[in-house]
Design a binder for this molecule. Structure first.
Ligand SMILES: COC(=O)c1ccnc(N)c1
Length: 244
């Protein structure tokens, strides 16, 4: 997978070089390119924003540098490819594990990091002729810019890429895989500050352990995220059992 990020704060994306994402890049599973939007400005002040038409507080990012930047990114990628342009925005569709899986299947993601009051609407309108444009929210709150959202999305997507996670099996049991929250976990020591470990987990009965973990996962989901349960058609689930 290739990812390109256009931003006025390239340093914000430095964490992409760390940890598993750094290793994924070394292994050639992920190719990340960060572009400074100001490199596509043409004025002496390298300006990227201006006052909004119609008035109102704050500044809007001007279309010129963005158009040039998105053209340049396209020219650097595979010939004829049509990448997905992801624009982090509080007005976007909500990013979920399912969306992460969708993105993990894309060969090329381009991220446009807006700041201030956003990017001139014509940038996305123009981009739609060459990109599949996706405005994306990481939750119902507002940030200073899209860069933090890019780090969230790239980490959630990158860990789904084949070979990036040491043990791909862990993907099957984690929260939001299959729509439920994962059961609580314990490790050594067996006793800690007077607290022990559920007997079933040291029983060695793997079928019983799997059932117990499933029940704990359902209970935790019902207690913390009943909205997730409402979406699920969990076979054989008797919701009365989940009265927590
Ligand atoms: C400037 O970008 C944001 O404020 C933003 C981006 C993605 N998700 C959000 N919830 C906010």
């Amino acid at each position: 997978m290739r990812i390109d990020v256009v931003t006025v704060f390239p340093d914000y994306l430095a964490p992409l070089q760390l940890s598993l994402l750094g290793k994924a890049q070394e292994a050639g599973r992920l190719e990340a390119h960060v572009h400074d939007l100001r490199a596509f400005t043409t004025d002496r002040h390298r300006s990227v924003d201006d006052t909004p038409y119609g008035g109102g507080a704050g500044m809007v990012m001007t279309p010129g540098p963005w158009g040039a930047a998105l053209d340049a990114v396209l020219a650097q990628g595979p010939e004829g490819a049509r990448p997905r342009l992801v624009v982090p925005s509080p007005a976007g569709r909500v990013f979920t594990q399912d969306v992460a899986a969708e993105y993990a299947a894309d060969p090329w993601l381009v991220f446009a990091c807006g700041r201030y009051e956003g990017i001139d609407a014509r940038v996305l309108e123009d981009a739609r002729s060459r990109y599949d444009v996706d405005e994306l929210s990481i939750g119902d709150y507002v940030l200073f810019g899209g860069e933090v959202a890019v780090l969230v999305v790239v980490e959630a997507v990158g860990r789904l890429l084949p070979g990036v996670l040491g043990n791909a099996e862990s993907l099957a049991e984690e929260s939001h895989t299959g729509g439920l929250l994962e059961a609580p976990t314990w490790t050594k020591p067996a006793q800690w500050r007077g607290l022990g470990v559920p007997d079933v987990l040291v029983s060695g009965d793997h079928a019983r352990i799997a059932r117990w973990r499933r029940d704990e996962s359902l209970r935790r989901t019902a207690s913390t995220r009943p909205d997730l349960l409402a979406r699920l058609d969990v076979d054989g689930l008797d919701r009365a059992d989940l009265a927590v």
